[in-house]
Write a protein that binds this ligand. Sequence first.
Ligand SMILES: [Zn+2]
Length: 207
Amino acid sequence: MKVTENVYGLEATKGSYAYLITGEETVLIDTGRPGQGNGILKELDSLNVNPKDIKHILLTHHDVDHIGNSAQLQEITGAKLWSSREDLPYILGELKRHGLKKVIGSLIKVKLPRDIQTYNSTNVAGNIQVIETPGHTPGHVCLLYKDVLFAGDLVMSSSKGIKPSPGIMTWNKDKLTDSIKKVGALNFTWVCPAHGIPVKKDEGWML
Ligand SMILES: [Zn+2]
C-alpha cells in the first residue's frame, strides 16, 4: 500500500502495519507479528527493494506485534535496529510487560534480536525525527518523516476517524493523553498507525 511517494504500508503485516520508507535511506518502521518475516521479504522483492538496502529498523515500542520479526529481519538485512531506552528491557525480556501484555508476552514467543541501539538523539536515520510519546508503553515513540507521522500505537484509525489506542492496552492513560496532545501540535499531513489504515490528520486528530 503506497501512502506517499516514498512511504509504503506493508500488506504482509496488515492488522499491525509495518511501514517502509524508500529514498535517500531505506528504513523499516516496526516488523509485524511473529511469523510474518518471509511475507515481508517477499513484499520487499515486489517493491524492488533489496533487503540489504534497509539500513535502519526503527521500533515504535516493545509489543510483540511490532518486534515480531526484528531478529530475522536484522539478520537478513544487516540493518541497525533501534528502540527507546525505556522499552529495551521489555524487548529483551529483562522486565515483564504490563497487565494483559504480560499474558500475551508469555503466550507468544518472539526470537530476541541480538543487537539493539537506543535512540540517543532526535535524528536517527535519514530525515526521521524521533518523538517521545510515552503512554501506550513507557518508551513508546512516534517517528516523523516529512509530512508523515508513523504513530505506532499512540492512536489507531477506523472508518470513524482517529482515536487513542485502547485503554486496556495502555500502560499510563494520562501520559497517553499528554502524548496525543503533544503530537497533535506538530505539522504533518498523514497519520500511519499500526492498527487501522493511513488517514489524513485533518480527518480528525482528537483532543
Ligand atoms: Zn500494536
